[in-house]
Design a protein around this ligand. Structure first.
Ligand SMILES: Nc1nc2c(c(=O)[nH]1)N[C@H]1C(S)=C(S)[C@@H](COP(=O)(O)OP(=O)(O)OC[C@H]3O[C@@H](n4cnc5c(N)ncnc54)[C@H](O)[C@@H]3O)O[C@H]1N2
Ligand code: MOO
Length: 421
């Protein structure tokens, strides 16, 4: 079996997924997402707009990493249980205060973990390696090298170093670093705004009682949740019946107010499928791609109206959500200014396929799987079902690709399973 190569209008070859994505991402505008300054408390998962340079050393002063005695390492050299060094306790470092005085030769200061090292000391002997003799004298039973058990100024990060690179999506540890460096606020890109519309005379709100011939709106809820996972904002434009004028008017409003407009349904070739006409009317540049060599998700329409991306997702929920993962998620990340990718963009695990699965060459198949850990291996069992069946996705833990060049995979093959988190 050879996959279909015509697009949705029977004109051209279906565009390969990678090529379609590349064309789409290239058309996305740059510089339309402005920046805002927000507090660190608000900044989780936001993308930093510029490099953030450390203005000071972290730590600012030498600090002890242990509870013990601060001393000059020389005074402890060679100390052992059989031949301890005896040091006079000259003073005590108090937490949060810069110690007075200077450690004299043969002397030490009692110091807590995190305490500032007194001048004249360059290391700390931990309590476990000491035996108190009395209030003023301590026996050191294990020597310490210079710099032992202390953090030096700038050891964590030095003043002038780049703490966070532009385009990084801030994680909890990044916020911790900024807090440690004394940043109260951070400049980030605003969140991309994503509009969601569901189209079709048959669609009713999920909150309404079911009426004959109608189906509940799955896509608006599911797609909005996908958008939120990517830390963008969602604007709902409701359920639009198959009415050209109403659809166009709503789309015009959505295009004005958002960075990406997603509508689902109306992307195929049925008589009611208005999506293509609407995108062309909203243009320019209009439709970039209609139809990709992808299963599920073939009828996707990727378009632009001025600087707003306009995407017709297939009505079938599994197809709509799959198209979101493949096309919309990368677009949102690009628009959000997320330039810094940390290794693999999507979480994945290597897994062993539990059954044979076929595909047509020339097409990319997205196969959903349930994953099970047995011993050291993860096994992936395909979850089969139609792209109109949302439970297929709900049962799946992840998915893998059967690439264009492949006609399928056999039981026992190693695959890379991307996770639905
Ligand atoms: N003759 C052809 N028919 C179809 C083709 C084709 O190539 N030739 N492609 C099929 C594929 S593949 C898909 S996917 C669908 C896509 O159809 P549309 O994007 O035009 O969407 P609709 O026809 O409006 O809906 C399809 C299906 O999904 C249900 N739906 C729509 N919106 C929602 C929603 N918000 N929540 C839940 N379910 C929704 C709708 O009721 C239909 O059952 O076309 C195939 N047909
Ligand atoms: O390719 Mo359509 O997207 O499944 O059912």
């Amino acid at each position: 079996m050879i996959a279909e190569t015509k697009d949705m209008l029977g004109r051209n070859r279906l565009t390969a997924v990678d090529q379609a994505l590349q064309i789409f991402l290239q058309q996305l505008p740059t510089g339309v997402i402005d920046t805002e300054t927000i507090t660190l408390e608000e900044a989780l998962d936001r993308v930093v707009a510029g490099d953030i340079i450390a203005r000071e050393n972290l730590p600012a002063m030498s600090r002890s990493c242990m509870d013990g005695y601060a001393l000059s390492a020389r005074d402890s050299y060679g100390a052992s249980e059989s031949m301890p060094a005896y040091l006079e306790i000259q003073g005590e470092v108090l937490m949060g205060e810069v110690p007075n005085g200077r450690v004299k030769q043969g002397c030490c200061y009692k110091i807590p973990t995190g305490g500032i090292l007194p001048t004249g000391s360059n290391s700390v002997v931990m309590f476990e390696h000491t035996i108190p003799v009395d209030e003023t004298l301590v026996e050191i039973v294990k020597g310490v090298g210079e710099g032992g058990n202390i953090s030096r100024p700038g050891e964590d990060i030095a003043a002038g170093a780049c703490a966070i690179t532009a385009g990084t999506r801030l994680r909890p540890q990044d916020l911790g670093l900024l807090a440690g460096l004394g940043f109260a606020e951070v400049e980030v890109y605003r969140r991309p705004r994503i509009a969601i519309l569901s189209t079709g005379d048959e669609i009713i709100s999920h909150e309404q009682p079911l009426l004959p011939g109608k189906i509940r709106n799955i896509n608006s809820i599911a797609l909005a949740a996908q958008v939120r996972r990517l830390h963008a904002t969602v604007q709902h434009y409701g359920i639009i019946p198959d009415n050209y004028d109403l659809f166009l008017a709503t789309m015009r409003e959505a295009v004005q107010e958002n960075d990406i407009v997603l509508f689902s349904g109306g992307s195929s070739v049925g008589v009611r499928d208005l999506g293509e006409k609407i995108i062309e009317t909203l243009g320019p540049p209009g439709i970039l791609i209609h139809g990709t060599a992808l299963k599920p998700g073939k009828p996707i329409i990727l378009g632009m109206s001025e600087t707003t991306a306009v995407v017709g997702l297939p009505g079938h929920p599994v197809s709509a959500m799959t198209c979101f993962d493949l096309f919309i998620a990368p677009a949102i990340k690009q628009l959000a200014g997320q330039r810094r990718q940390r290794g693999q963009q999507e979480a994945s695990v290597p897994a062993i396929l539990t059954r044979n699965i076929n595909s047509a060459p020339g097409r990319r198949d997205v196969v959903r799987v349930q994953l099970e850990q047995k011993g050291d291996e993860v096994y992936a069992s395909p979850v089969l079902g139609k792209s109109g069946s949302i439970s297929v996705l709900a049962r799946a833990d992840g998915y893998f690709f059967i690439d264009e060049a492949s006609q399928g995979h056999s039981e026992g093959d190693r695959i890379k399973a991307f996770l639905y988190l």
